[in-house]
Design a protein around this ligand. Sequence first.
Ligand code: SF4
Length: 471
Amino acid sequence: MPNSQSEMELQSQQDFVDQVREIMAVRAAHQPPLAHVWTYGCQQNVADSQKIKGMLQEMGFDFTDSPDEADFILFNTCAVREHAEDRVFGNVGALKHVKTRRPSVIIALCGCMMQQPQVADRIRKSFPYVSMVFGTHVIHRFPELLFEALTGGKRVFELPDRQGEIVEGLPVMRESDFKAWLPIMYGCDNFCSYCIVPYVRGRERSRSSDAVVNEAKELVKAGYKDITLLGQNVNSYGKGLPEQVNFADLLERINQIPGDFRIRFMTSHPKDATHELIDTMSRCDKVARHLHLPFQSGNDQILKAMNRHYTRQQYLDLVSYVKEKIPDICLTSDIIVGFPGETYEQFLDTLDLVRQVEFSSLYTFIYSPRGGTPAAKLPDPVPHEEKAGWLNELLKVQEGIAAKRSAGMVGSTVRVLCEEMGKNGEMCGRTSGNIIVGFPGKSEMIGRFAQVHITSSLNWILKGELVELED
Ligand code: SF4
């Protein structure tokens, strides 16, 4: 149930929703008016865009993939990588001709990039045809801001304090009818030395457990089969809430919801991943057998410089515990190669850790400096080409591990959620451990669970034959 503050906020926005609908019914080039919403970055941003699209739908909008025909264009931006920011500036620059051809179009920017004052200033000065700029903390006031942009005769810049409140009950437009993102908390308190997120998304704020569980119940009732709980560090869920609840408790409550569905979560900081959490995962049958546990580096000095607050040994001990309690777990991780000052010998510790743990897959990145973070000020003498060589070495090792793991699954039968038809006309699905499985199938199967016999493997992808399509 929305709390009373949320209800008041939603009510105050409802007037703006109605007024924008009326204005657009007269002003738009199309009926219904068309919106183009483009999302950069992480799943949290995708979840934010789904809320914004839900509000646009309430204001009478339909959606288009083409900015050229849209009445309203919104870029939801990401601040994590500097080159991604440059891409955003380039893409915003390309909208100038759209505005020149159709001056009535409203161009808006939101998301993490806009939380940085220097970015907002640059937009103000260099992109005068952008009518609306707002930060991540005022998404719930989007109808009001759009109303101002349409009627106020001046540009709207709404970039308030960095904390933000949680407003429950906003409409959500989900792209899939069987996979859903479910944010459980916002912000991050960890200040890893290379990361901008805590500066732009603010301090950790958790949704109440009732709000999360009720949304999960609604999703299950609507037929969703794969629900991913989202937070920058889900393991610190519950801190600061008036109720006594932690992430393990929340998983347990969601697991108790009747229905046939999977629960996933991301991201899990190793320093806060407790034995209680692992024990809970092991006994909750709906929690997927997948744990994304980013270790970033296998060297203690680099981990310290990254401000990660765990050691290599602590990480390995945690992994041993996970494997003991959940033998069929699929572990994945993020790795940064070439952190400032990292030597080849230190990189070899990362390689060694990868060999020891045998991850099912890895998300690997060459370090790129992010202005505004402590790491960006560190000396970084190793040339990019050399780091690229280290990365290739890492990828080769991981390829061998993934191939061996996949080959070990040939001959088994796995439960797969059918997700989409691949380009080759095969059905593509995922196991509980998040491994991709391709097999002959039809689009009518999408959104249903199937038993698939694995007949061969190709690196990290499994191939199989349908044994049975479940109800
Ligand atoms: S845990 Fe570290 S890497 Fe993740 S969002 Fe927070 S500061 Fe960034």
